[in-house]
Structures are given as C-alpha cells and as structure tokens.
Design a protein around this ligand. Structure first.
Ligand code: PCA
Length: 223
C-alpha cells in the first residue's frame, strides 16, 4: 500500500516551508500499522505554491504513486498546533500573490463543483493520538482560501469524481512554522520543532491507516 505525503515549497518570502521539510523527512518511511498487513510506504512530493500548478503536481503524483491514502501538508503561520482540517471550500481568494504572481479573488477552485467537501481523514482520532503522544493538536474548521485550501479542495474533488482517485482517502493538515522562521519576529509567532512536526506526521499517517471511521469527541471551536 502506498501513501502520498505532499508538502509545499516556500512562499511569501520564506526560504523554507515546514510542510516540505517534515514530508521529505518521511520519504520512504515504512509504516507497520498492522502486523499482518504489508507495510505502507510513504512517498513525499513537493508541490508548487501556485494556484493551478499545485493541482497539476498533485495529479502527476497520484498517477505515479497510486496511493490509497493522501495527506497534503501546509504551513500555517500563527498556529501553535498541528491542525487536521475538517473542510475544503470551493473558493480561491488570495490575501497575497502565489509564487507565480497570481492573486485570484473570489473565484471557484473548480467551476460547477460543490461548495465544499469534508476531509475523509479521521481528524478527531488524529488529534487524540497526537495529544496522547505529547504533540499539540486541534481540529481546524478552516483551511483558509489560499493555495492550501485550493489543493485540499482539488484533492477531495478528484476523490469524488475521478476513477483513478475514487476509493482513496485524503485530506489536509496544517502545521506551525519552524523555530528558525519564528525567530525572525521575536515574541510574535508560535513554532514547532521539525522533529515534533515529523513525528506528528508519522502519527497522523499511522492513525489514518488504522482508524476506518472516526472518534466522536469534541473538537469544536466557537469561531
Ligand atoms: N501554506 C499556504 C500555502 C502553502 C503553505 O504551505 C496556505 O495555507 O494556503
């Protein structure tokens, strides 16, 4: 069984993106999630931080890897926890330009597609497993409207509509900045060390492989 783990290239003037640093640390990792099952092998792929091109790269990776599970990872500056995303929405609305200089405003990710898709990852079970392992985590109810949500929405639309992707399980996880990024604005931004982020992704992959439904416990937010 194959697992596709994507991370983004740096954007917004950064020289590093924790999502790619953590994903690439897991390239080739064999997750022994059940003793009787063959190990699941992780394939890490880097995604351009650009509307449209991100989905082309996702398609190429899915065609090549033929994964049963896809976890797309992105950087969320300002967040202090690993946050599995609940929902992708059909809107591109850039606060900044992407790496190709494009800034779509209030455009659908995919014309004619539904307003939103839910993640098919066990987001509550992931949060529980992460917390139990000492990694800070919470469910997030918004992946924003930039390239991360764009990729997440495109992934879920492919799972819903494309023969090559039907039956795949997939979703999106945002992770905090690395300490080296937060160190440039002292006192202003939370961060998570690369080892903790990488361990968090191991736990997220393992949980997604082991848990077929999801836990029913509070992960809500007031806003
Ligand atoms: N984070 C951005 C895009 C790429 C990334 O890592 C986002 O949250 O949309």
């Amino acid at each position: 069984m194959h697992v596709l783990l994507t991370g983004f290239e740096p954007f917004d003037g950064e020289s590093v993106n924790p999502s790619w640093e953590a994903a690439r640390a897991l390239e080739g990792w064999r997750c022994e999630f059940a003793p009787q099952e063959p190990a699941a092998v992780v394939h890490a792929r880097r995604i351009p931080c650009a509307f449209g091109a991100a989905l082309d790269a996702l398609d190429a990776a899915i065609d090549e890897v033929r994964p049963a599970l896809v976890l797309c990872i992105g950087q969320a500056g300002g967040r202090s926890e690993i946050t599995p995303e609940r929902v992708a929405i059909n809107i591109d609305d850039g606060r900044i330009c992407d790496n190709a200089g494009r800034q779509p405003i209030d455009q659908p990710v995919i014309e004619g597609a539904p307003a939103a898709y839910f993640s098919s990852l066990p987001i509550k079970a992931m949060v529980r497993a992460l917390r139990d392992a000492g990694v800070p985590a919470s469910v997030s109810n918004s992946a924003g409207t930039f390239v991360c949500n764009h990729l997440f929405f495109g992934l879920m639309h492919r799972i819903a509509t494309r023969p090559v992707a039907v039956g795949m399980r997939g979703g999106f996880i945002h992770i905090p900045l690395l300490p080296q990024q937060a160190a440039r604005l002292p006192g202003a931004l939370p961060s998570l060390a690369l080892d903790a982020a990488t361990q968090g992704l191991r736990i997220a992959v393992g949980t997604a492989l082991q848990v077929s439904g999801d836990l029913r416990e509070s992960g809500g937010a007031l806003h």
